[in-house]
Design a protein around this ligand. Structure first.
Ligand code: AMP
Length: 239
């Protein structure tokens, strides 16, 4: 594969499968997966002031204030592993964050290259969130579609304990979906106006979504028929 810089923002509601797909795509493209939710949870685990501040918002399913979130992302994007690009998952979540991201990238002499949007109906989002279990160690996510093994995570030799995220409780879930519709969904139009958005059905199985994601970031895929597994050979196209 030739060296190409990827600036990818992954859009989709809570429970749309963004996290799972971001991990897969990041590993294929060999660029970091940056999840603001994970950064906040990591800070909380370490008991930093940023983590404690974020907790009060996360527990209610509200957004952490833009200036705090943008500052954290700015620092993360300055790290050397972002030299080849990045996949942002859970950021931006407001138009103000998107505009701030543009400014940060402009300073770096870069611009976004693609915005895959995972569409899942509200009813299915709620169903997935209410059955979601997350691994404490590797962050893998299980739900009705990918049921959790009884004995713990088991993903790629991980044996982490599975737990329910506090913000996956029913009232908080509903609020997260409301906040998403009001503050984050407008980003679809914001980026579509620049021709960056590719809509993907997040209601397909993980492998099919994965293939659509690769197409969305302009990778030509040679699918391993008939299994349609994402063991695809990847060849970069010329666009
Ligand atoms: P997530 O893991 O992406 O579902 O995020 C969990 C929670 O972290 C959200 O409900 C927010 O409280 C907070 N959070 C994550 N990303 C952002 C962001 N870009 N802006 C504000 N708050 C965020």
């Amino acid at each position: 594969m030739r060296n190409r810089w990827y600036g990818i923002v992954l859009l989709g509601g809570p429970g749309s499968g963004k996290g799972t797909q971001a991990v897969l795509l990041a590993s294929t493209l060999n660029i970091p997966h940056i999840s603001t939710g994970d950064l906040f949870r990591g800070n909380l685990k370490q008991g930093t002031p940023l983590g404690l501040l974020a907790k009060s918002y996360m527990d209610r399913g509200e957004l952490v204030p833009d200036e705090v979130t943008v500052g954290m992302v700015r620092v993360r994007l300055s790290e050397p592993d972002c030299d080849k690009g990045f996949i942002l998952d859970g950021f931006p979540r407001t138009i103000a964050q998107a505009e701030a991201l543009d400014k940060v990238l402009l300073e770096f002499g870069k611009a976004l290259t693609g915005v895959p949007y995972l569409h899942v109906s509200d009813a299915l989002l709620l169903e997935r969130l209410s059955s979601r279990w997350t691994c404490r160690v590797c962050g893998a996510v299980f739900n009705k579609v990918t049921p959790p093994p009884r004995e713990g995570c088991k993903k790629e030799n991980c044996d982490g304990e599975l737990y329910r995220r506090p913000d996956d409780e029913p009232e908080t879930q509903k609020n997260r979906i409301r906040v998403y519709e009001k503050q984050t969904a407008p980003l679809i139009i914001f980026y579509a106006k620049r021709g960056l958005v590719v809509e993907i059905s997040g209601e397909q199985d993980v492998q099919h979504v994965q293939l659509d994601m690769l197409r969305a970031v302009n990778l030509e895929i040679v699918v391993d028929e008939p299994s349609q597994k994402a063991r695809a050979s990847l060849v970069e196209d010329d666009c």
